[in-house]
Design a protein around this ligand. Sequence first.
Ligand SMILES: [Zn+2]
Length: 449
Amino acid sequence: MIELETGHEVELEYGGRAEITGIIGKGIHDIVYIASYNGSQWALKWYDIEKLDDPEKMLSNLKENIADGAPNNKFMWPKYMTKKYSDGSFGFLMEMKPESFEYLSDILKGYKIVNEHETGRANKKNVKFSSLFSMTTAALNIVNAFRKLHSAGKTYQYLDDGGFFINADTGAILVGGCDHIVKEGTAKPLVGGMPGYMAPELVKGEACPDMKTDRYTLAASLFKLLFRGDPLEGKKVVNDVCLEKEEILRHYGKDAVFVYDPQDDSNRPVRGIHDSVMKFWETYPDYVKEIFTRAFTEGLNDPEKRVDESDWQTVLVRLRAETIRCPMCGRTNFAHFFEKADHKTYKCPNCREEIPTLEMSHRKWKTPIFKGAKLYECDVYSDSTDFLTVVGEVVENKLRSGYYGIKNCSDRKWKAKMKDGIFHDIDPGKGFPIWEGLEIDFGEVKAKM
Ligand SMILES: [Zn+2]
């Protein structure tokens, strides 16, 4: 009993009815409907219990997750259980995905199919990040979702490219597939997961999903997002004409090889098939390639050596800070594509505009400073991991164009060295000019030009 008709009313566990008003999509073991409940629209996930391994366990896990609540408001968490039907069927209500969020799978493809309401015609619509900045922010948000989940003592059993919804303009994310989240240590071996997202030991059936297998899934998701391809799909895999169970077991389990493994070139990307991966591999700075190489060589078969959330965050925060938008001509690219005027100044290869940097006492790399650049809490307070809260912004002087300053958007007092050689207090909401002798005292972290 999986097909529910429009108009059908499903009884909820604690009273009330949700009326089916439409359909969102079909999954492997479920259909997701649109349902009207208490005057608003919800998504109703309704299981095909025949296809569930252990419906009773699924049900009790869902109830437990509902009782525990979501790790934060980025998770599209189960909210209300339905009553169980006499044949054992059940489902739950969760919030609807907002229109402004795209499926990760559509972002990876670069387009989505939209059905026009009036004509019913299907149209292809591009789905693209509006900037490098929003892409890096989405990657940071995915890392953070795993961090929140793990600190709540939970893990995924199963994740695929339907697992994330992304706002391509802002990089905000929502986590879907939350019915596959369980308490760490309680997951059973995985049946029928998506190979590209599964750790090799899961593909081989040698382990149960846990935080370490999640870290593989995290690395694979980030690789797909940044490189638009699969980290294990290269020459070796495409040479196999069909990917049946045995080949999948080999390429994603027993004999998995990273496409850019420095010690083993047997699985390099193939021109004409993996062009995105090849192009992006040339685009990212070395520190990004290094962390992915570590994730998919040492971390491939050794769960203890997987890259953890804080290491990903360190690298992605740097990548975001080192994405420069030239204030003169608007050229936007990673810092290593800009020329160097000297060891601490970038120069736009297009218009020759010079872009200064700030040297932060807790970092080995220098932060480019250009109009619109933002400083986040984790950039200026060494005890913070908050990569979203803006505490400073580079702004242009309202009275003198071409003159820039930094505005203190935080709630703490800073000190900055002005041209008189003296440190002045910079209260929240106030700013100070950028000049070649600038020094800033953020508290524990100091910065200088
Ligand atoms: Zn320029």
